[in-house]
Design a protein around this ligand. Sequence first.
Ligand SMILES: Cc1cc2nc3c(=O)[nH]c(=O)nc-3n(C[C@H](O)[C@H](O)[C@H](O)COP(=O)(O)O)c2cc1C
Length: 280
Amino acid sequence: MIREVLRDLIDKLSEDELREIYNLIKLARENAGLAYEYLARLSRRRLGRHTPMRGSMPPLVKRYVNAEVVSLPPPRFARRLSVEDAIISRRSRRSFRDEPLTLEEISTLLYLTAGISRWIYGAYGLARFPLRTYPSAGALQPVELYLSAHSVAGLRPGLYHYNPVDHVLEKLREGDFSRRLIDIALGQEHVGEAPATVIMTVYWARTRWKYGDRAYRYAMLDAGFAGENLYLACEALGLGTCAVGAFYDDELCELLEIDCVDEIPVLMFPVGRPSNAEET
Ligand SMILES: Cc1cc2nc3c(=O)[nH]c(=O)nc-3n(C[C@H](O)[C@H](O)[C@H](O)COP(=O)(O)O)c2cc1C
């Protein structure tokens, strides 16, 4: 059956298209990334594929309109550390003291990672257009932040989504999801032992709207920039974190109730006060 369908498809393809598919299959069997890079390669021949911009721009900010909202205190910038010092002292830290975080620390961390640092007029025809603390391809801002709170003073344990427009948390579900996160992260204990874990996704459909095949690469880069913000913000706040990329995607998507197609998880960041052993 599949053979027949494929044979039928092949009959309808041009020599050029056949060659492209052949190359793609050869590359994909070696490594999926090679196949993606082949398809996303920007050449004059392929340029048309990269700028579709069909239909209206997807919303720049995800909102859970019916969710209970938790106000965050204003971010506080103690300026204890220079950027130079934060860059040099940054390390991945996987062991945390058994102490709660404060809501002010969470507020500052989320703001510095992916908050709105300026509003401009007129971009993409919008009267008010946000810009973020991280640079973003086409300013399309695919990064979404979720928080799994395990021990944060003044915040019930649960799953939250960060809404940068109002600088609030939207409550998705109450409960302690620390054990579940450890299981999803292939048993990595630090993901659940921290008082809070930030989960970063990219809603890359936003970037795809403008950049087509190139979008996946750009969205990953955006996430990398925001991830470094998070690391450096932790250093500045006297906190520690570790980027965690090893996790079962489908299970994390199920926990966050996202589709794993237009929005995909990219990294988890357990956050806490580093234990003495980690402070050196
Ligand atoms: C994309 C990415 C994925 C990572 N995944 C994990 C992970 O799953 N578990 C973990 O403990 N560390 C993970 N790390 C942290 C690296 O192991 C760490 O950055 C590296 O050992 C260098 O140490 P440093 O960050 O202290 O310089 C990841 C880092 C990056 C950038």
